[in-house]
Ligand binder design. Structure first.
Ligand code: PLP
Length: 399
C-alpha cells in the first residue's frame, strides 16, 4: 500500500489557527478589553424568512407518504426542477441562457472547486492567482499538478491579466476575489477568455461573491463575455449570497459548448457526479429554490445591503486615513496595505494590542499578500463602526 505522497507536499496552513491562538492569548491576558473581530469570513445574519418557510414546508413534505422524497431525480444529477428553474431565471436576468442540464447542484463551491479536477488530467499545468483562496492551490498539490502563479499586486490593483508568454491549461479566476475583494470588469474578463481560447485552456471561474457586485461595468458571470461558454466552468454558491454557509448549497455550470479533445466536459462532469455524489438534501434544495424568487431576492438584498454598509464604513475609514486598499465596493472584503511598511503579522499584533481589533494577515494567502491585511464586512454594524473608530483614532495623523 502506498499513500498519496502529494499530500506531503502541502504546506501547513497556520493562518486561521494562529489568528485564533493570538486572539485568545490576548483576551486571556486582558479580560477587561473588548476585542472586535473584523476577520470573520462567515455570514452572521440569519436566513431569509422565505427560505425558512420553504424549508419548513419541505420538511412537512417528508412527513407524509404522498409527498415524501427519497433520492432526487437522476435526470439532472439529483437536482429538483424548481431549483434549476430558479437558477436559470437568475442567469437569464444577466442575459445568460442556460439549459437545465448545464447546471449541477452541489453542497457548495468549495467541494466543487476540488471535485471538478477529477475530469482533468494530472498532466495539466494550473495557473492560480497569488494571493489565493487556498483551496485552488491545495487541491492541485494533492493531485500532483504543476502550479504556476499569476502575480496580483498593488501595480495591477490585485487583478492580474494574462501573460501571453505563460502557457496554462487550467486557470482559476475568483471575482470578486477572496482575499483581495478586487473584481474584474467585463473588458478585463474578455482578455482572459481570449487567452484561454488561444491556449485551449479551461477557466474555473469562482463567482461565490457575485451578489456583492453593484457596479454595472463588472461581470456577475463570466458567461456575460462572448466565447466563455467554450472555455469556462462557473462555480457558484448560496453561502455568501443567502447565508447558506451552514445549510450547504451551491451550483456549478458546465456549458455543453465546452469541449476539449472533441469531448463535452458537461458529459464528463455529469458522469463524475452521478458516480460519486448523491445530491443535496430535498429540504436544502427547496430552501435554495426560494432565494431567486422576487421575494427571496428582496429579502437577501436586505442582508447583502447590511454587509455592504459595513464594507462602506470600513472603506470610508481607510479613505480618511489615506490608506490604499482594494475591495470594499463590490465585495465583503477589504484588502488594505499595512501602514508604516509593517509586514502583515506585525500589523496584526499592532492592531490587536493597540485597537483590540482582529483582522487576517495577508501573508497567509501567498507571498504577494505580505504587507497587506484583510478586513471583512460580515460583523455587526455596531462592531464595525466601533472597530473603525478605534482604527481611525490609532492611525490618524500617523498612517
Ligand atoms: N470560493 C471562495 C472564493 C470562497 O471564499 C468560499 C468560502 O469562503 C468558497 C468558495 C466556499 O463556498 P461554499 O461555502 O459554497 O463551499
Amino acid at each position: 500500500m502506498k499513500i498519496n505522497g502529494n499530500f506531503l507536499n502541502l504546506k501547513d496552513s497556520y493562518l486561521f489557527a494562529t489568528v485564533g491562538r493570538k486572539t485568545a492569548a490576548y483576551r486571556a491576558a486582558h479580560p477587561e478589553k473588548e476585542v472586535i473581530r473584523l476577520s470573520i469570513g462567515d455570514v452572521t445574519l440569519p436566513l431569509a424568512p422565505v427560505v425558512i418557510a420553504a424549508m419548513h414546508s419541505a420538511v412537512e413534505d417528508l412527513a407524509h407518504r404522498e409527498t415524501f422524497k427519497g433520492y432526487g431525480p437522476d435526470q439532472y444529477c439529483y437536482a429538483y426542477e424548481p431549483l434549476l428553474s430558479s437558477i436559470r431565471a437568475s442567469y437569464a436576468q444577466k442575459g445568460v441562457m442556460l439549459d437545465a442540464d448545464e447546471i449541477f447542484v452541489s453542497d457548495g463551491a468549495k467541494s466543487d472547486c476540488g471535485n471538478i479536477l477529477d475530469i482533468f488530467s494530472v498532466d495539466n499545468t494550473v495557473l492560480v492567482p497569488d494571493p489565493v483562496y487556498p483551496v485552488y492551490l491545495d487541491t492541485n498539490v494533492m493531485a500532483g499538478r504543476r502550479v504556476l502563479f499569476a502575480d496580483a499586486n498593488e501595480q495591477n490593483g490585485f487583478l492580474p491579466m494574462p501573460d501571453p508568454s505563460v502557457r496554462a491549461d487550467i486557470i482559476y479566476i475568483c471575482s470578486p476575489n477572496n482575499p483581495t475583494g478586487a473584481a474584474y470588469s467585463r473588458e478585463q474578463l474578455k482578455a482572459w477568455v481570449a487567452y484561454a481560447l488561444a491556449c485551449d485552456a479551461v477557466i474555473l471561474y469562482d463567482a461565490a461573491y457575485e451578489h456583492f457586485i453593484s457596479d454595472d461595468a463588472l461581470a456577475r458571470s463570466i458567461y456575460e463575455v462572448k466565447g466563455a461558454e467554450e472555455c469556462a466552468i462557473e462555480l457558484c454558491s448560496y453561502s455568501k449570497t443567502a447565508g447558506f454557509t451552514g445549510v450547504r448549497c451551491g451550483y456549478t455550470v458546465v456549458p455543453k459548448a465546452l469541449k476539449r479533445q472533441g469531448v463535452m466536459l458537461n458529459k464528463l462532469w455529469a458522469r463524475r457526479q452521478s458516480t460519486k455524489f448523491n445530491g443535496v438534501s430535498y429540504v436544502t434544495q427547496m430552501g435554495a429554490a426560494a432565494v431567486f424568487t422576487p421575494e427571496g431576492e428582496r429579502q437577501i438584498g436586505e442582508n447583502l445591503a447590511y454587509y455592504r454598509r459595513n464594507a462602506a464604513v470600513i472603506s470610508a475609514c481607510l479613505d480618511s486615513l489615506g490608506i490604499w486598499y482594494t475591495g470594499g465596493k463590490n465585495s465583503p472584503y477589504i484588502w488594505m496595505k499595512c501602514p508604516f511598511n509593517m509586514d502583515s503579522w506585525t500589523f496584526f499584533d499592532y492592531l490587536l494590542e493597540n485597537a483590540n481589533v482582529v483582522g487576517t494577515p495577508g501573508s497567509g494567502f501567498g507571498k504577494n499578500g505580505e504587507g497587506f491585511f484583510r478586513l471583512t464586512a460580515f460583523g455587526t454594524a455596531e462592531d464595525t463602526a466601533e472597530a473603525c473608530a478605534r482604527i481611525e483614532a490609532l492611525l490618524k495623523d500617523k498612517a
